[in-house]
Design a protein around this ligand. Structure first.
Ligand code: ZN
Length: 640
């Protein structure tokens, strides 16, 4: 490890039975000894709380601690993440083991920080155990105080769902209800599910901070059902486990992985990677593809380019037993260093040399996609077979990335300062303060893109009585006269000479001060359509900026045309370098008087990038002319 350049490891996350073989009898000797041996060669330790795997002596006799599916099926011991984190007795056990570990390691200078649990909600978020039912009711009592307020917020009059008391309320059932559940109840459940895991983690964080104030505390996400903006407030920084192999089939999807890193960055700024893919991962039902030589290192630098300040690969040596016996690590089962070790060592020696130049910088973002936990899950309550805000945001982000623009993701709670272009991808929920913030962004000179079916609901997940887009109508200078669903590509949009295809949604717009940028084109074989030649996209001058409203949704087929149309009206946005290949990713980190351009060639061919000038840090050579990038290679240029 030391020879490969490792200076930190992570350990302990699933080892509760080793730490406490019998209730109350702790044995940390294996860890003490290992931490000491690592420290002797300059390797520090991040320790993890082991609460994702409660041992058998703890679960025996406590069937009510186990997670329960909607159908009523109770999870059994013998895997991981089997116990519900909302069970109060288990929470007491979680605090107890965390306290024992924290107090034991508080005097150990080689334990530098902590990871809470492991990938919370990786496997099971929507639990129906007694604790979750009761916890949901308590959460609702705290939110609404009186039952009339809840009935109003849930629109409980519909389908005779009015409650007389909080005790009558159940968690919403989606697969075991004859028809759709109440969407406002469902959105509150998603909020509760996220808030309750934040609370579970917070209890561990409080114990760790009380034991020693200078430890950093992180977690390894990002999974569904957690509002990571809230979740990260209790941490020093977020951790993001990065396994591009789950989605990356080719160069384009390898580039697209960075949406995950951009989301991690939006949740809490620069982050670390507790688990970066090293070899093909596999459990019982799947095994990822083996990546080609150079790709493991390329993906690690992709994480760093997008804001990672710490990089740990998963795992060191591939395990010889257990359910992840083929979750391949840097070393194979036989412990013989081979290709992956050599690649890992190259990365290690490079980062040892240049890492200090990267620390202190953050990702430079000019064009961003807006994202929010609540609106994503409000969509989940009523998806109607339409693409989610997150899916559309991913498409828009990918296209900005393909254009080599300084792109990223921002959350609704973020400051929009410094942004020039902001995309709102069919975000159904809106409130006055967010609408004011978006209006301020445009007033100050920004370009706002609002996708169809945005701002149609309030925070109770009720459709608003105003004509859409409600609170955004004045900034976009138009309203929606008619809307409807159709097969994607049924209609065309014509903007000057630019033809685009519709998404699965159309809106006929009524300009109220905005100019019409594109009109609906109805193929003659379709017969009468109200949309024919009606306004489809508008643009409105508002203060110093512009707001574009797009009466359809982003799809793979139309995203380039629609974003290009917006970019024609953007001022001061230009690519970071000239490269016609979208498979070359170009990202800038900047700060402390430095601008670092990361150039990542995800393609199998050599590519050329122009317009780059400065010192290439990995090879220590001056670039002043075309930059030749071999397949799967990385360059980091300190721009001059
Ligand atoms: Zn539960």
């Amino acid at each position: 490890m030391a020879a490969a350049g490792v200076n930190v490891v992570r350990m302990g996350e699933f080892a509760w039975d080793r730490m406490e073989p019998v209730s109350g009898k702790f044995d940390f000797s294996l860890f003490d000894e290992t931490i000491e041996r690592l420290a002797a060669v300059g390797v520090k330790t991040i320790f993890c709380t082991p609460t994702a795997t409660p041992p058998r002596w703890l679960t025996a006799g406590h069937p009510d601690w186990m997670r329960i599916e909607e159908s009523g099926r109770r999870m059994q011991h013998g895997s991981r993440q089997h116990v519900c984190t909302n069970n109060e007795e288990f929470r007491a056990e979680s605090r107890r083991i965390t306290k024992a570990l924290a107090e034991h390691f508080a005097v150990n200078p080689n334990v530098i920080g902590w990871q809470t649990d492991n990938e919370l909600y990786c496997r099971f978020a929507l639990c129906y155990c007694k604790s979750c039912q009761a916890g949901f009711r308590d959460w609702l009592r705290a939110k609404y105080v009186n039952i009339e307020a809840l009935n109003k917020a849930w629109g409980a009059a519909f389908w005779s769902q009015t409650y007389r008391d909080f005790d009558q309320i159940l968690l919403p059932h989606t697969t075991t209800s004859p028809a759709s559940p109440n969407p406002s109840q469902e959105l509150d459940r998603y909020r509760y599910v996220s808030d309750s895991v934040v609370e579970f983690q917070r209890q561990q964080v409080q114990v760790l901070r009380a034991a020693r104030g200078d430890w950093f505390i992180t977690h390894n996400g990002l999974m569904g059902n957690i509002d990571y903006w809230k979740f990260t407030e209790d941490l020093d920084f977020l951790g993001a486990d990065i396994y591009p192999g789950f989605g990356a089939r080719d160069a384009a999807s390898s580039v697209a992985t960075s949406y995950g890193q951009a989301k991690a960055c939006s949740a809490g700024g620069n982050f670390i990677v507790p688990e970066q893919e090293s070899g093909p991962g596999g459990q019982k039902s799947f095994m990822l593809r083996t990546s080609q030589p150079g790709v493991m290192r390329l993906w690690a630098y992709q994480s760093i380019a997008h804001g990672a300040d710490g990089m740990m690969h998963f795992r060191w040596r591939t395990c010889r037993f257990g359910a992840e016996e083929y979750w391949c690590g840097v070393l194979d089962h036989d412990n013989v260093p081979r290709r992956r070790y050599r690649e890992f060592s190259q990365e290690g020696s490079e980062l040892k040399r240049i890492g200090h130049q990267i620390l202190g910088t953050t990702v430079d973002v000019q064009a961003a996609v807006l994202c929010e936990f609540e609106t994503d899950y409000a969509h989940e309550t009523m998806p109607h077979g339409l693409p989610s805000p997150s899916e559309q945001g991913h498409l828009a982000y990918n296209y900005l990335s393909h254009c080599h623009l300084r792109c990223g993701v921002v959350q609704t709670q973020d400051s929009f300062e410094g942004l020039k272009f902001l995309i709102v991808p069919s975000m159904c929920l809106m409130d006055q303060s967010l609408a004011d913030k978006l209006a301020m962004f445009v007033t100050g000179g920004g370009l706002l893109f609002v996708g169809g079916r945005s701002a149609i609901k309030d925070r109770d997940n009720h459709v608003i009585p105003q004509t859409p887009p409600g609170l955004l109508a004045s900034v976009v200078g138009c309203t929606v006269e008619e809307y409807g669903k159709m097969e994607p590509g049924t209609l065309g949009l014509l903007a000057g000479r630019r033809h685009m295809r519709s998404g699965p949604w159309y809106e006929i717009l009524q300009p109220r001060g905005a100019q019409v940028l594109a009109t609906w084109q109805v193929p003659s074989n379709l017969g009468p359509w109200a949309a024919a030649d009606g306004p489809a996209i508008t643009i409105n001058r508002y203060g110093e900026g512009l707001a574009m409203y797009c009466g359809t949704m982003l799809t793979q087929d139309n995203v380039a045309g629609l974003i290009d149309l917006a970019l024609e009206h953007a001022a001061g946005i230009s690519p970071l370098a000239q490269c016609p290949y979208p498979d070359v990713e170009i990202v800038r980190r900047q700060g402390q008087g430095r601008k670092l351009l990361f150039v990542l060639n995800h393609s199998r061919q050599r590519q050329t990038v122009r317009g780059v000038k400065g010192l290439e840090l990995i090879t220590d050579r001056q670039i002043d002319g075309p930059l030749e990038m071999p397949a799967f290679d990385v360059a980091i240029i300190r721009e001059s």
